[in-house]
Each structure stands twice: as structure tokens, then as C-alpha cells.
Ligand binder design. Sequence first.
Ligand code: S3P
Length: 188
Amino acid sequence: MKSETNVYLKQNKAKYNKSNVVLIGFMGSGKSITGKLLAYRMGYSFVDTDVEIEKNYKMKIKDMFAKEGEAIFRQRETETIKRLSQKSHQVISTGGGVATKQEDMDALRQNGVIISLSAYPSTILKRTGNDKRPLLAKKSNEERLKAIVELMAKRAKFYKNADLIVQTDDKTPLQNVETITKYLKGLK
Ligand code: S3P
């Protein structure tokens, strides 16, 4: 008879064999920098959903929100994720809204281990500027912090829905990479 431990290991192995590593988390949680370093460490390719969208539609995300609206951006995000999910051996850094869309997460989960990067609002405030993120484009730091706190509260439950959650506040991207690779090795 199989023990529970064996069953657990088997499930994890199946997950690791899925091959993509997907980073989710709030804006400024460090997905892009951590993802690039992680991909380099693993010998995987690195893709960022925002960069893919900007490349394919030849438009900055900020302009897309302003000219075409958030709904169109979200559709393009879903299309992009469906396409990327077909490939393997990639570290995929997702835009902060992806985790909240069941359809996108289902596609990513089929072939990916989901890692959530987490940070407190005060850390996010320090890490994000006021230029390229339409959802955080506010006049003052106070308003920006308020927007961060409110949006994070709405999304918190989605960011918890991951195989591993990494608290990044007092960590460097390299330390996050160490944590993630250690976890992934444990799945082998
Ligand atoms: C968004 C996050 C952004 C970008 C867009 C919307 C969000 O990506 O996709 O501005 O809804 O949280 P980053 O998380 O890479 O900043």
C-alpha cells in the first residue's frame, strides 16, 4: 500500500515535469528581475507577458490602457498566455493582473509550477515609479500607496493560490532565485 508521503512526492514530480516556471504577484513584487535571473540559472528561456504584448501590438501597455482600454489589454493578455503555455522550458513572468483570471491561470498551470512573489505595500511603493503602470499612476505617493493597498486587498486571495509563495521584502532577487531553485530541486 502506498503511503501518503509517496503520493505527495509523485504529485510534485508530475508538477515539475510540467517544465515551465510561472511567476505571479503584484506589480513591483520583483517578477521580471527574479524571472530573468532564474531563467539564466536554470538554462530556460525568459518571457514576460507585458513585453510580449508590447512587442506583438507595437504599443506600450500604458498607451494601450489609455487608447484602447483595460478590457482590450486583458483580452490580449489571455491570448498571449494561451500561446506561451503551449511552449516549455520557460520562466514566464506575468503581469500583476494575470493571477486574478481563472482562464489564464488554468492555462499556465497545465504546464507550469506557479510561484508567487509577495511584498508589503510599503515595499511596492518604494519599488514602483509613477511612469509605466497605469493602475498606479497617481499624483502623490500617498494616493499611490492607497491604490496599492486597495488593489492588493482585492487580489490577495489570488496571489495565495500558488505552489510556493516567496516573501521578497528584505530579500535580493538572487536570494529569491535561491529559494525558488531549492524548492524546484525538491520536486525532482
Ligand atoms: C498590471 C500589472 C502590470 C501590467 C499592467 C496591469 C496589473 O504588470 O500588466 O499595467 O493589473 O497588476 P507588472 O505586474 O509587471 O507591473
